[in-house]
Design a protein around this ligand. Structure first.
Ligand code: SF4
Length: 381
C-alpha cells in the first residue's frame, strides 16, 4: 500500500502565520495564470517520470491535494491531474481522495464539479468562526462563507468533511474557543483537526511578535484550551487518533495514518517530500526552479536522506506516541527490542502516572500523556 501527495503552491493571499511554500499573485511579477499553467505542465511531467519508474509500482490507497490552496485550481485541472495519476499508477477503487479547500475559493457549483472529478473527502481550512480571529489571521474568507460552503459541500455529495481550526490565538479566551468548537459541531463534520497557533520563523506573525505588536498566549492557557478540545470532542463522539486529529467512527484520515505508520508515499510539486522504503527526498521549494527542471526532463529533487537506524527509532517513537500508539510486535520486529522490557522504567512511570496505557498490543498515550508528548518522546532517547 502507498499514498500520493500533490503540493499545489498557490494562494490568493499569504496568511501571516503560514510557513508552507506557496506564492500569491502580488508576490510575483510574472503573469500568474502563466505561472500556474507552467506548474501544471511540469506536474504532468513529474507524474509521468515517476510513473515510468518500476520502483514505484504499488497500489495507491490515498491521494491528497495540499498546499498552498489546491481549491484555487479549477475542477477541470483537478480532474486532469487525477486522470494523469490513474494512467501512471495503480489507484485503488476505494481510494480516499482529499482536497484541502479554502472556504473563500469555492461555491456550490465548484464543489459539485470537484466531487464529479473524483474528490471524495474535503478538508476545509476554517480556522475560526469569529470574524476578529479571521481578520487577525488574514484569512480571505469570513465565517458565513465557511458555514455556507460546508453546507454546499454536503449538498454537492461530500459525506466526508473535515475542518481545520486554530486555537491559542492572542487574546483568545476559553469561552471564545469553546464557542468555536460548538459552532463547528453544529455543522456536523466527520473529522476535525485542531492546531495551536505556532509562531513560525520568517513569517509576518514572527516579526509582529518580535516587534511586540502581538503577545502570544501563555503556555498554560494554550494547554487548558487543548484539554478543553479533547474533552468537548470526546463528548461529541469523536475519537482522538492523533495529537491534533479527531474523527467520527469510520472517518479517520487514511492518508495521514499512512504517514504516521511510515508507509511509502510519493509526492509531487515544489517543496513536496516523498518517502520510500526508508529513503526520503524533497523537491525544490521554488515553482520556477521546479518547472524549469521538469521542462528539461529532470526530477526537481533538492535533497535526500536514508534514515539511519537511530532516525527510524526516533521517528517510530515520535510518530507512534503522537498517534494511535507504538505497536509492540512491529517494534520488536524492526528493532529487535522488547519495548516493555527494554524501556521498563520509563513505561512503568508512564503507566503509573496515567500518561500511557497498553491497548490492543500498543503503547498508547492517554489524553494527559498527549499534553506532555514531546517530553515523553525525549525520555526514550
Ligand atoms: S491559505 Fe493556507 S497555505 Fe495559503 S497562506 Fe493561508 S494558511 Fe498558508
Amino acid at each position: 500500500m502507498a499514498s500520493l501527495y500533490l503540493h499545489i503552491p498557490f494562494c490568493e493571499h499569504k496568511c501571516i502565520y503560514c510557513d508552507f511554500y506557496s506564492i500569491a499573485p502580488k508576490e510575483t511579477e510574472e503573469n500568474y495564470d502563466n505561472l500556474v499553467q507552467r506548474f501544471l505542465t511540469a506536474l504532468d511531467q513529474e507524474i509521468l517520470i515517476r510513473g515510468r519508474d518500476a520502483t514505484f509500482q504499488s497500489t495507491y490507497e490515498t491521494i491528497f491535494f495540499g498546499g498552498g490552496t489546491p481549491s484555487l485550481l479549477s475542477p477541470t485541472a483537478i480532474g486532469t491531474i487525477l486522470n494523469q495519476l490513474s494512467r501512471s499508477f495503480s489507484i485503488s477503487d476505494n481510494a480516499e481522495i482529499t482536497l484541502e479547500t479554502n472556504p473563500g475559493t469555492v461555491d456550490i457549483r465548484k464543489l459539485r464539479e470537484f466531487r464529479s472529478a473524483g474528490v471524495n473527502r474535503i478538508s476545509f481550512g476554517i480556522q475560526s468562526f469569529h470574524e476578529k480571529d479571521l481578520q487577525f489571521l488574514t484569512r480571505i474568507h469570513n465565517a458565513d462563507q465557511a458555514r455556507e460552503n460546508v453546507r454546499n459541500a454536503y449538498k454537492a455529495g461530500f459525506d466526508n468533511v473535515s475542518f481545520d481550526l486554530i486555537f491559542a490565538l492572542p487574546g483568545q479566551t476559553q469561552e471564545l474557543w469553546n464557542s468555536n468548537l460548538e459552532q463547528a459541531l453544529q455543522l456536523a463534520p466527520t473529522h476535525i483537526s485542531c492546531y495551536s497557533l505556532i509562531v513560525e520563523p520568517n513569517t509576518p506573525l514572527h516579526r509582529m511578535v518580535e516587534a511586540k505588536q502581538v503577545t502570544p498566549l501563555a503556555m498554560d492557557e494554550d494547554a487548558d484550551m487543548y484539554e478543553q478540545t479533547m474533552s468537548v470532542l470526546a463528548d461529541a463522539g469523536f475519537e482522538q487518533y492523533e495529537i491534533s486529529n479527531f474523527a467520527k467512527p469510520g472517518f479517520k484520515c487514511r492518508h495521514n495514518i499512512a504517514y504516521w505508520n511510515h508507509e511509502n508515499y510519493l509526492s509531487f510539486g515544489p517543496s513536496a517530500h516523498s518517502f520510500w522504503n526508508g529513503k526520503r527526498w524533497w523537491n525544490l521549494s521554488n515553482v520556477n526552479g521546479y518547472s524549469d527542471s521538469l521542462s528539461k526532463g529532470t526530477v526537481p529533487v533538492a535533497g535526500e536522506e536514508t534514515l539511519s537506524s537511530q532516525q527510524w527509532f526516533d521517528e517510530t517513537i515520535y510518530l507512534g506516541l503522537r498517534s494511535e500508539g507504538i505497536p509492540l510486535a512491529g517494534f520488536e520486529r524492526r528493532f529487535h527490542k522488547d519495548l516493555l522490557k527494554d524501556f521498563k522504567t520509563i513505561i512503568d512511570g508512564l503507566l503509573t502516572d496515567n500518561l500511557a496505557s497498553i491497548e490492543e498490543n500498543r503503547l498508547r498515550l492517554t489524553s494527559k500523556g498527549y499534553l506532555l508528548c514531546d517530553e515523553i518522546c525525549r525520555s526514550f532517547r
